[in-house]
Write a protein that binds this ligand. Structure first.
Ligand code: FEO
Length: 397
């Protein structure tokens, strides 16, 4: 148990070895943590969230050893996803009487996952639980990032427990964000936002607006993954508000695949044109790079250029997977274009352009097609387009 402030303890798990999350969908090079919290009031002690199933024995053993399961008066399940609910069956086999506070949707989703009739107490926004000296105030937060999600605010402690919101997949020795390497912290925070939260940007802004209207004093934000925001905790809230808008940095992501370096030559020509303007071009081979990284780079970029050779009248496997991921992000305010080489039929650029449109990217030119290796005049055309494309992004700022 690690004391975060008086009567608030971290009792979670640090998963140093985690390299993939959500099955194999999401890469987590910095590991992660499953943050569980213990809040001790004068009359009641509550556990907020548990951990992923593979750690259930370690998690419960720790609670039993350092507190005693009989000392827990209630479990708050803010979100039923397995990384936070995975130890619930193990805990509730030992404490079947324990009240489980969750949203109505949370109850439904827990029952669908575990097939158990636990001692559920469903709550909604405005409901409270008095611990003696502290009052838990529940705030439903549907689609941040599941329909069941809720936040818990601890009145009397000025602490917000927002579950997955404001987290990072980052296992680190100390507990607080202000103790971390800021480069890695913010890299993991934006990666987490882009890949998990970005599809629900409208709900993010609405929830932040609601929280601000509630005018709650907030001294600490304790997410369910990664480090805790103690020093200027609202900095991550403001950052989420910014990311939830048409966010863009001064860069273009050129995401491509290539068979015989012909589409690669096109990508490099586009990059040369872009860099003439001072804008950053990130040239990333989709078949050789991590999808979580690439989607984050796309999210950060003002422009997205995508290229693939035509293979059997279609696009490459790597680009097909990437374009599917890109559509999930519900991008806002991005411009893009498609390109690719071919031997004869050359469907790939037009197919990629359609994928871009479906990913909510505004088409700013192209599609550009070369038969095998582009000639010098085609290279020059691509360089000039890259330059004009970047200038258009800069003037739109
Ligand atoms: Fe960290 Fe949506 O679970």
């Amino acid at each position: 148990m690690i004391e975060l402030k008086k009567d608030l303890y971290w009792v979670g798990i640090k998963d140093w070895e985690l390299k993939k999350f959500h099955g194999d969908e999401f890469s987590t090079p910095s590991g992660s943590s499953y943050n569980s919290y213990l809040v001790k009031g004068r009359e009641k002690t509550v556990l907020v969230d548990t951990c992923w199933g593979p750690f259930k024995e370690e998690f419960i053993h720790h609670l039993e050893t350092h507190l005693g399961l009989d000392k827990i008066d209630a479990l708050i399940c803010q979100h039923s996803e397995s990384d936070h609910s995975g130890a619930m069956t193990f805990l509730l086999e030992r404490r079947p009487d324990l009240p489980v506070y969750c949203t109505a949707k949370g109850k439904q989703m827990l029952m669908a996952q575990y097939h158990k009739e636990w001692n559920f107490v469903t709550v909604k926004t405005g409901d409270t639980l008095d611990l003696g000296g502290y009052m838990l105030q529940f705030v439903e937060a549907p689609m941040l990032h599941w329909p069941d999600t809720m936040f818990t605010y601890i009145q009397g402690m000025a602490v917000l427990l927002p579950n997955d919101a404001f987290g990072q997949h980052y296992a680190f020795g100390p507990m607080f964000a202000d103790e971390a390497d800021p480069c890695l912290l913010w890299k993991e925070a934006i990666t987490y936002y882009a890949n998990i939260v970005a599809p629900y940007a409208k709900m993010v802004r609405a929830k932040i607006d609601q929280l601000k209207k509630m005018n709650l004093p907030i001294e600490m934000i304790c997410p369910s993954h990664g480090l805790i925001w103690r020093d200027d905790p609202m900095q991550i809230v403001e950052k989420y508000y910014e990311w939830a808008g048409p966010y863009k940095e001064n860069q273009v992501a050129i995401l491509y695949d290539t068979m015989w370096h012909e589409t690669k030559a096109m990508a490099e020509a586009l990059a040369r044109g872009i860099t003439r303007t001072g804008m950053v071009a990130k040239v990333i081979n989709a078949a050789k790079n991590d999808e979580t990284f690439m989607l984050t780079e796309a999210f950060r970029s003002a422009g997205i250029l995508v290229g693939s050779p035509t293979i059997n009248n279609g696009i490459s496997h790597a680009m097909a997977a990437l374009m599917e991921g890109l559509k999930h992000l519900k991008l806002q305010g991005k411009k893009g274009a498609a390109f690719g080489s071919c031997g004869w039929s050359g469907e790939a650029p037009a197919l990629l352009q359609k994928h871009l449109e479906e990913a909510n990217v505004e088409i700013a030119g192209g599609p550009f097609k070369a038969i095998h290796m582009p000639y010098e005049d085609q290279i020059a055309e691509l360089e000039n387009f890259g330059e004009a494309f970047a200038k258009g992004l800069i003037s739109a700022e």
